[in-house]
Design a protein around this ligand. Structure first.
Ligand code: FES
Length: 152
């Protein structure tokens, strides 16, 4: 999220136009996820109340704070997509993300509302339908996972 957009949202909160919870949700909507660096900036740069921010994150199920990373992969694990994902394709992704959290963060999502096109995923803001067989999606993943060879 660029500096201006975050500052704009914080200003709306400071003017009383939106609540703290709404501010967090709006950041997540714009970004697709709430990064740890967003929280650090809200607390350190904008002096927003840390305890209240943590409170809303704890009690708001739809808020997901993720570690800052090079790539973000949102996987739909709603009922329909769950049945369509190839487990043998997901397991290496999970293992990679666990080993390289700074490079890839996986965020599990509920139904994205496009069940008939599943399994669905969003990689770095780009939506992919039929992800098991989507050539561009699979190529992007291969590129991301190939970093392992160069860093190990
Ligand atoms: S279960 Fe994935 S879009 Fe509905």
């Amino acid at each position: 999220m660029d500096q201006d957009r975050l500052a704009f949202l914080v200003l709306k909160y400071q003017k009383g136009e939106i609540s703290l919870k709404r501010l967090l949700l709006d950041i997540q909507v714009f970004e697709g996820h709430l990064k740890q660096s967003h929280l650090v900036r809200l607390i350190q740069d904008f002096k927003l109340p840390e305890d209240e921010l943590k409170h809303w994150i704890q009690i708001t199920r739809s808020l997901h704070v993720v570690k800052d990373a090079d790539h973000y992969l949102h996987l739909c694990k709603g009922n329909n997509c769950s049945q369509r994902w190839k487990q043998e394709a997901l397991e290496p992704l999970y293992a990679y993300a666990l080993k390289h959290p700074d490079h890839l963060q996986i965020i599990i999502e509920g139904c994205m509302g496009l069940c008939e096109l599943g399994p669905n995923a969003i990689l770095n803001g780009q939506m992919y339908e039929h992800a098991n067989t989507h050539a561009s999606f699979q190529n992007q993943l291969k590129k991301i996972l190939s970093k392992e060879a160069s860093t190990d």
